[in-house]
Design a protein around this ligand. Structure first.
Ligand SMILES: C[S@@+](CC[C@H](N)C(=O)[O-])C[C@H]1O[C@@H](n2cnc3c(N)ncnc32)[C@H](O)[C@@H]1O
Length: 271
């Protein structure tokens, strides 16, 4: 069967698309990732001498990332402002030389962006979906970031325990963007922070409302009082809003609490 035959079948066969103009699917192009002139000062301020590396990542996202369905085709022209700059601004909240775990990295946001902007950081990207971790592993290789970035395939709770045999992971800072509401996110991320370490959750306009709604459960999870900060003020517009929660107390999740001891016969031991 020739290519033309296949096309004809698809159009005219039972259940096929009726004849007419076929939907136009945008073809990803490296030009979509070009840094807009008006954003160049912010990009230079946030990436410094790593701007070329950021540009290489932007191109990967706009081409391979779109083809592999990791970001929508309409996102490609907005990669710099909505993704790279928005994420890079958060670097100002992370101490020099810190270890970072990014939960639910997707295509590397914000974890890979932070690793690009800050070569002093050691970053672990936590992501359960194979299609996404394949992209991340290839991106880390292509961008030459293997010395500072690791990719862990699994959920946050698996990274925090030894569930896969490669953990447990912990870090000074745990980042996350667009993964879950603050209560669930705290339950996943606080166990990954070292005591005294912090969760930095990238949130939009909902930040203050989420804090008010979930402060009590965050306290029960061992988190301190959440604080809201703006990152990149005077550099990007709008600045990035983050919620920070320090892991003040180590609270074991209910699943990790000891089961009641059983006698050899399998019955609960009498007290
Ligand atoms: C909406 S995407 C956001 C991706 C990226 N952070 C961004 O801002 O573009 C949410 C991501 O969280 C991941 N995810 C969902 N549940 C998770 C969990 N329990 N632990 C780690 N990642 C999770 C999903 O696989 C998905 O890649």
């Amino acid at each position: 069967m020739t290519h033309d035959d296949a096309t004809a079948d698809a159009v005219t066969g039972p259940g096929g698309t009726p004849p007419g103009p076929s939907p136009v699917r945008p073809v990803p192009s490296p030009e979509d990732a070009a840094l807009p002139a008006e954003l160049a000062p912010a990009a230079r301020a946030l990436f410094g001498d790593r701007l070329d590396l950021a540009a290489a990542y932007a191109e990967l996202l706009a081409t391979d990332g779109v083809v592999r369905g990791l970001i929508g085709p309409r996102e490609a022209p907005r990669i710099w402002d909505r993704h790279l700059l928005n994420c890079a601004a958060v670097a100002e909240r992370i101490p020099e030389g810190a270890s970072v775990i990014d939960v639910g990295s997707g295509a590397g946001l914000p974890g890979l962006v932070l690793a690009i902007a800050r070569p002093d950081l050691q970053v672990v990207l936590v992501e359960p979906l194979a299609r996404r971790t394949s992209f991340l592993i290839e991106a880390v290789q292509q961008l030459g970031l293997a010395k500072t970035v690791r990719v862990f395939r699994g959920r946050a709770d698996e990274a925090a325990t030894d569930a896969t045999g490669t953990g447990p992971f912990s870090a000074d800072v745990v980042t996350s963007r667009a993964v879950a509401p603050l209560d669930r996110l705290s339950g996943w991320c606080l166990p990954l922070a070292v005591p005294g370490g912090r969760l930095i959750a990238l949130k939009g306009a909902s930040a203050a409302d989420e804090v008010a709604e979930h402060a009590e459960i965050i306290d029960r999870l061992g988190g301190g009082e959440p604080s809201v900060h703006l990152c990149g003020v005077g550099v990007i517009d709008p600045p990035t809003t983050v919620v920070e929660i320090v892991r003040e107390r180590v609270v074991r999740p209910p699943s990790a609490k000891k089961a009641p001891k059983r006698s050899r016969g399998g019955r609960k031991r009498a007290r």
